[in-house]
Design a protein around this ligand. Structure first.
Ligand SMILES: Nc1ncnc2c1ncn2[C@@H]1O[C@H](COP(=O)(O)OP(=O)(O)OP(=O)(O)O)[C@@H](O)[C@H]1O
Length: 309
């Protein structure tokens, strides 16, 4: 059974579409990176998936339970970090952890204390006095403490310093190693790239691409840069597989689709000063989706909604 399964799930706001029909399956034990720019629909998707917003159409199940009709049963298995963390001002983080644990029928806050220590969060001061970054850390501790089967995290590293960001990614990898599932919404490409097994790209409320991270990056061209020692005989721009080739004096750059060996063979007879072939990043994939989008007229934007098993 998938951790998350949606079928035609959609959310229409009075002022427009928040989420186009979404059909998506997320396997238990995977980290799913959910990428999109501001206003793309990430928060709408998460809130609809958790039954905080009533879907306009379709349905969603988390561990087989309907997210709207069986909200309580769903929430018992989910740790949620909202995009904006609101906390009671007069409690300390420790008191809040104790309260949340009691609500779940336990006094055990051991893991919460461990996460707080690793994030270097002081749990003694009143929450009302905390900085934005520290409030975010409290939100993370609350989401992670019960070691839920599913973590739904809306921009989890927002406002954190680089060290704490690194710790969050480590905690997510550990959750996956324990068989737990992570839905990681973000616009920070580099962090998604470092932890996600699969990535979905959302744009204007529509899921435009879903792929394994490795497939996504392997399907992209690699950047080639060559500096020749003397005017070359080979015309790199004319090689099948080369795109956007540009020559300036003895320098060449372009985008290469294909194996490195074919390119190296073509360059073998030439005297070179330097050569580099750089694999594409998720950023390239992401920006590629947007470039594609900008190239098309409005009427053609959108297209099919992929169903992913
Ligand atoms: N309560 C609401 N009523 C009407 N429209 C809304 C509401 N909430 C969000 N929207 C609209 O739905 C679209 C998606 O917004 P959403 O907050 O889900 O995007 P997001 O990807 O989470 O963005 P961000 O990264 O800025 O948080 C936006 O156009 C937004 O203006």
């Amino acid at each position: 059974m998938n951790a998350i399964e949606t079928s035609g799930l959609s959310k229409l706001y009075r002022r427009g579409v928040g989420l186009h029909p979404l059909s998506l399956g997320i396997a238990a034990g995977e980290i799913f990176g959910f990428l999109g720019p501001n206003g793309a629909g990430k928060t709408t998707t998460i809130r609809t998936l958790l039954g905080f917003l009533h879907p306009t159409g379709g349905e969603a199940r988390i561990f087989g339970r309907d997210v709207w009709r069986e909200r309580e049963a769903v929430h018992a298995r989910v740790g949620y970090l909202p995009g904006e963390v609101h906390l009671p001002r007069d409690l300390s983080a420790r008191e809040l952890l104790e309260r949340c644990a009691r609500l779940r029928g336990t006094h055990d806050i051991t893991y919460g204390l461990e996460v707080a220590r690793r994030l270097e969060l002081d749990i003694a001061p009143r929450l009302g006095t905390l900085s934005k970054g520290n409030r975010q850390k409290v939100g993370l501790v609350l989401a992670l403490m019960p070691r839920p089967d599913l973590l739904m995290l809306d921009e989890p590293t927002d406002g954190l310093d680089p060290l704490a960001q690194e710790t969050v990614l480590e905690l997510l990898r550990e959750a996956r190693a324990e068989g737990r599932t992570v839905f990681l919404s973000s616009h920070v490409l580099s962090e998604v790239e470092r932890v996600a097994d699969r990535v979905g790209i959302i744009r204007r409320g529509q899921l435009v691409r879903v792929d394994e991270l490795a497939v996504l990056t392997a399907s992209l061209p690699q950047r080639v840069q060559v500096r020749f020692a003397a005017p070359p005989r080979v015309n790199l721009a004319a090689l099948p597989g080369m795109a956007e080739g540009r020559t300036q004096g003895l320098d060449f750059q372009g985008l290469w689709r294909g194996g490195a060996d074919a390119l190296i063979r073509a360059l073998a007879p030439e005297p070179l000063v330097s050569f580099s072939l750089v694999p594409s990043t998720l950023e390239d994939a992401f920006l590629g989706e947007y470039r594609l989008d900008e190239d098309r007229p409005d009427s053609e934007r959108g297209g099919e909604v992929p169903h992913v098993a």
